[in-house]
Each structure stands twice: as C-alpha cells, then as structure tokens.
Design a protein. Structure first.
Length: 101
C-alpha cells in the first residue's frame, strides 16, 4: 500500500516524464504539414517513432490521472480517520477524469 509520500513521488516522476515528452508534441505543433510529412511519413521507422512517441505521451497522461485520483482517495481516507471515523463522501471530494478517447 502506498504512503502519501510515495504517491506524491510517483506523481512528480510521471509529471517530469510528461514534461520531457511534451517537448516532442510542441515540436510537432510548430511544424507545417509538409515538415511533418517529411519528418514522420517517409519511412516505416519514422512512422513507428511517431506512433511510439504519441503513445508514450498518452500513457503518461493516463498514469498521471490515475495517480491524482489515488492521492485524492488517500486524502479522503486521511480526513475520514482524522474526523474520528465520520464518513466523508468520497464522490464529492474526488473528481474522476472524463476520457474522450
């Protein structure tokens, strides 16, 4: 079972990896379509690289969302125990992410 510190550590690690991978997305965003075609569609290797990079960015975002939920759950658990067992409705305190994919 994770502690508060270990969850925060995991979240920071994923955030740092996301930040590094976001640089790739910003690079693509700054490209014209012809630059994009030249860099990513000419060879199978370049298409695979593009796919791997996009997939990694998506996976990291999902991990980040899951970790945020775990931290929220852990905080609700802590508040419940601090209130002497009085129940706090976690659905009011944990905002689940809505995925559109």
């Amino acid at each position: 079972m994770d502690t508060y510190g270990s969850l925060i550590d995991k979240l920071i690690t994923v955030d740092m990896k996301m930040w590094t991978n976001q640089e790739f997305l910003y690079e693509v965003r700054r490209m014209s379509f012809s630059e994009f075609e030249n860099k990513f569609t000419k060879t199978t290797e370049s298409r695979e690289s593009l796919f791997d990079s996009i997939k990694k960015c998506c996976d990291l975002n999902v991990q980040r969302s899951q970790l945020i939920d775990e931290v929220d759950e852990k905080l609700v658990e802590m508040f419940n125990s601090l209130k002497g067992g009085e129940y706090i409705d976690s659905e009011k305190h944990i905002q689940r992410k809505h995925k559109t994919y």
